[in-house]
Design a protein around this ligand. Sequence first.
Ligand SMILES: Nc1nc2c(c(=O)[nH]1)N[C@H]1C(S)=C(S)[C@@H](COP(=O)(O)O)O[C@H]1N2
Ligand SMILES: [Mo]
Length: 561
Amino acid sequence: MPPSIGSRTNPPTGRGRITGVSDEEKEPRHPGTGARLGLGGALSGLLAGFAALAVAELVAAAVRPQAGPVVAVGGAAIDRTPIAVKDWAIRNFGTNDKLILQLGILAVLALFALALGVFALRHRRTGAAGVLVFGAVGAAAATSRPDSTSVTDALPSVLGAIVGAALLYVLVGRLLAPLPDAPEAPEAPGAAPRGPGEGWDRRGFVIAATATAAASAGAGVLGRVLNGSSGQEAVASRKNIDLPPPDSRAPAVPRGARVRAADVSPFITPNGDFYRVDTALVVPKVDATAWRLRIHGEGVTREKTLTFDDLLRRELIERDITLTCVSNEVGGPYVGNARWIGVRFDDLLKECGVRPPSAGGPADQLVARSVDGMTIGSPVEEVMDGRDAMLAVGMNGRPLPFDHGFPVRMLVPGLYGYVSACKWIEDIELTTFDAYDSYWVKRDWAREAPIKTQSGIDTPKPFARPKAGTVMVAGVAWAQHRGIDKIEVRVDDGPWQGATLAAEDSRDTWRQWSYAWQAAKGGHTLTVRATDRTGEVQTEKRTRTVPDGASGWHSVVVTVE
Ligand SMILES: Nc1nc2c(c(=O)[nH]1)N[C@H]1C(S)=C(S)[C@@H](COP(=O)(O)O)O[C@H]1N2
Ligand SMILES: [Mo]
């Protein structure tokens, strides 16, 4: 048995104090200290866990921010989360879902740490070894992430766990150690006997615990700061980008594209307000000067690897495109409209020798892969049918924000984001739908998913209490690449009334609408529906977001006063 770190040399002494436990697997025999000792054990576990995470964070800063155990386990959890849970999380936590997930992981870890600490009081070595099990889980998660390219991704978890295990061993040792100044002689007659809980090395434990807490906090903060400032090259590369003027400008947004009503979604969504949906717990920071995009696969006769500057030298188009997430509920927030600048995608593919299936090309699926391992499969036919599919480099006049895919993302008007809008793209492979299922398709979402015709009421808000008289009802509607032709509003079970449609920017963008409602007192339900340019009326049939997007009418209940 190796020498233990806690002082074990003192021979067992009299009653009233914890005996020098010569066998660590033996229960301390001190009567009356159980509760306190348990507390000390729990605290030891918590501190050891905290130290492990802090060290892991620090090591992750040196390895890769994404290799930290919480991020890695969180990412693995996201990949395995059933759609129902994901939907529930998005509904309840919105864009905070990732924060909640990480807090949840920390809470679970804290509980395990507490339990391990208490367990270690009786089984010190096994308890300490238990910390290593969690390290192994973190390491396995980190190295099995799709963006993991090196076994060094295991280091944060492994090193953190080793430090955590050692600390748990030491701290529990302090708890079980006899007093260093323990008198060897029996207590003098008349001396106050030691009370319960005074028999252990309280001072030694407090010092060790405080040192652990302080050092962990220091390591944790340092790790956080280093992780936060990682990607300096990427930030600098973004600052240095001067987007050239596009060769084909988007026409000015028509004056009449905006209705006169307060609280309608702004026609162009500012970058900072644009919805964000992705699986990345740490937003990838890609250095544009080192970035490369490879195009290869079936039917590619001329493979290409492009740099960011190669892209900027090509024909740039500027287009207004409304992007929508398939996870958007009826009336939901996951839709936004921006003015994008990007490279014409069909030209680029043609240069690579790609032909769409209708022209005899062998590949019907284009799989875009991102630096974080996401795979998004788009139909080659739609990408090349002349619509403004692009490799976007600019969003509302700025280089793409990191959140939205810097340096380059894909966009295909008319298709939900999960089948068209790969962010942080780095690889494009031509293949077939038969041969390969992309990330979301593996998780039960449809292979092909054109955006469904939708309309929503932005104002009045649900349960609003407008005054009787003229109430402006207004919102947006979209049917990207088909266009919106008609909006109707219904009050309660009354007849459908034509609403006023704002001018159309392009058929790839949403369209605002308004309706001046003569509101009578009482409770009312307002419902909206759109008709797209194919003549199809938005269906009343409510469907879930899975597998290919929610359908149904949006209603708002108000009380007119
Ligand atoms: N790399 C990567 N790209 C991605 C995703 C992702 O998780 N990872 N999510 C997709 C989905 S589901 C949508 S709806 C859009 C959202 O783009 P936005 O976050 O810029 O609004 O990005 C798409 N591109
Ligand atoms: Mo999405």
